[in-house]
Design a protein around this ligand. Structure first.
Ligand code: ADP
Ligand code: GLC
Length: 504
């Protein structure tokens, strides 16, 4: 188990493979390991959920009855830890808050006490850093669940010399989820009254956790260069654009990488047969296996099959796919959807399976295995997101030679080269409408029947470089802006996907 000092401490509500509800977990499962490989001493702090999958990484108790401190002097928690590929992961154990069936909600809605749970989480994370002498020089918080740490550190600097040399970075993974609560929670948080204003944590009289990160972090990052530009606009800023514009000098866009160990068609334990860019034959067997597993007709072995893997929410455009269904089905294609989310989208999906037996299949629920089986066994990957901070599933589909049809937004723009460019790896459309989706799928289907052009496109897609090393180097460069002598055995080069020195 790596011991302190940990120069960089990441705070997150999810980390793969211990906990996961979406891409945030994938990023936190890979970024610290990539930083470690560059020689950065890094640790992660996260909740100990009841649903934690410990698997190969045993978790053991390291400290009992830790005080959470101000403003809840009576409250304590235990700390567990695991060694995850050389990264120390600390788990905050307080069963009353985290030993539940879901992370944030049940099928009936959000937990009523989420505001309190994540005040506790942020206070407890800072208590670990302070009382267990982690040695943090940079505290890097992710999304609204961890955002209050940025405000706590900012205000603690004026009263406690310990925090004066600690720098802060806040990463926005999804600006639409802000963690908005009542003033009652603000009173409970222990933040000083001077934080309650429009350039602080107040947002139309509510207490906005995301704003705490945006207002008080020393640096703000988001997960793709395009999204970093988009969030400064009214269309994508979710009400935060004004504050973000005021802080734009410290905003950076760093594209996520993807975990090429977990997502590798040449070595994927979930597949019946492996394949790579040099020999795509195995993909056909994966398709046959997938058709059978999900109940699609074998007729579609010789026809293109569309795949969708993601949260069934407006963001991901699943309603657009369902609206377009009759027109898509007329293209003589199969469709398989894996996801869970909005009950009305789920109900429409079940209806679609009844309306098009053997042509539409749905797996409603969360299954890591089926995500791999569908990525490998389909031909075209649908990602009609209305906005997409980065998006990881399109990177996985590219890697699996499943050509994406995606909207031209956010990280999708930064990861897919659109047809008909010479080096195309996918198809893109705008605006995000059902008609444009259908037109673009029609174009992709036409190219699919031109087997040579399609094969070349697949090989290029599979060769796309989304290594975490490149992204981790950009984070190191950012940390070194704050802490020039931060130790890193591998020299961090300034790299930017678009070559702009500001990271945009
Ligand atoms: P987001 O974080 O916005 O949901 P990303 O594309 O960044 O989108 O990441 C989604 C992650 O969650 C991917 O690893 C994807 O495979 C996974 N995922 C989404 N829905 C499901 C599901 N129903 N079953 C299994 N994995 C899923
Ligand atoms: C969020 C975004 C997604 C991104 C992921 C990881 O969930 O919706 O686009 O890939 O975070 O950063």
């Amino acid at each position: 188990m790596p011991s302190p000092p940990h120069d960089v401490v990441l705070i997150t509500s999810e980390i793969f493979p211990f906990s996961k509800s979406g891409g945030l977990a994938d990023v936190l499962g890979a970024l610290p390991v990539a930083l470690r490989q560059l020689g950065v001493r890094v640790a992660v702090i996260t909740p100990l959920y009841g649903r934690l999958s410990t698997g190969k990484y045993p978790v053991h108790l390291v400290s009992e009855d830790c005080p959470v401190g101000f403003p809840w002097p009576e409250t304590t928690f235990d700390v567990y830890a695991a060694d995850y590929h050389g990264v120390a992961v600390y788990f905050i154990d307080r069963p009353e808050y985290f030993d539940r069936r879901g992370y944030y909600c049940t099928s009936k809605g959000d937990y009523f006490d989420n505001g309190e749970r994540f005040i506790f989480f942020c206070r407890a994370a800072l208590s670990i850093i302070r009382n267990m002498n982690l040695g943090a020089r940079i505290v890097h918080a992710h999304d609204w669940h961890a955002a209050l740490t940025m405000a706590y550190i900012h205000f603690a600097r004026t009263v406690d010399p310990f925090w004066r040399n600690v720098h802060t970075v806040f990463t926005i993974h999804n600006l639409a989820y802000q963690g908005r609560f009542s003033y009652r929670l603000f009173a409970m948080s222990g933040l000083p009254l001077e934080a309650w204003h429009m350039d602080g944590v107040e947002f139309y009289s509510s207490f906005n956790y995301m704003k705490a990160g945006i207002a008080y972090a020393d640096r703000i990052t988001t997960v793709s260069p395009s999204y970093a530009e988009e969030i400064l606009t009214h269309e994508f800023g979710c009400g935060m654009e004004g504050l973000l514009q005021r802080r734009r000098a410290v905003v950076r866009g760093i594209l996520n990488g993807m975990d090429g160990e977990v997502w590798n068609p040449a070595r994927d334990p979930f597949l019946p047969c492996c394949y790579d860019a040099a020999d795509l034959n195995g993909k056909m067997q994966c398709k046959a296996y997938m058709l059978e597993r999900v109940g699609l007709s074998a007729y579609f072995l010789d026809r293109p099959v569309l795949g969708f893997v993601g949260r069934l929410r407006g963001q991901k455009g699943i309603d657009m796919v369902l609206d377009a269904l009759p027109m898509l089905m007329a293209l003589d294609v199969g469709l398989v959807v894996l996801g869970e989310g909005n009950p009305s989208h789920e109900a429409r999906l079940f209806q679609a399976v009844e309306d098009y037996p053997g042509q539409v299949a749905a797996v409603v629920g969360y299954t890591e295995e089926m995500a791999h089986v569908i990525q490998a066994g389909t031909d075209i990957f649908l990602m009609p997101s209305r906005y997409e901070p980065c998006g990881l599933t399109q990177m996985y589909s590219l890697r699996y030679g499943t050509i994406p049809v995606a909207t031209a937004v956010g990280g999708l723009r930064d990861t897919i080269v659109p047809y008909p460019l010479e080096d195309a790896t996918g198809f893109m459309f705008a605006p995000a409408t059902a008609d444009r989706l259908v037109e673009t799928v029609r174009e992709a289907v036409q190219v699919w029947y031109d087997r040579d052009t399609w094969g070349e496109m697949q090989r290029r897609a599979m060769g796309s470089d989304f290594s975490w090393e490149r992204s981790a180097r950009q984070y190191v460069a950012l940390y070194q802006e704050l802490c020039p002598d931060l130790e890193c055995t591998s020299v961090a080069k300034k790299v930017s996907p678009k070559g702009d020195p500001n990271g945009y």
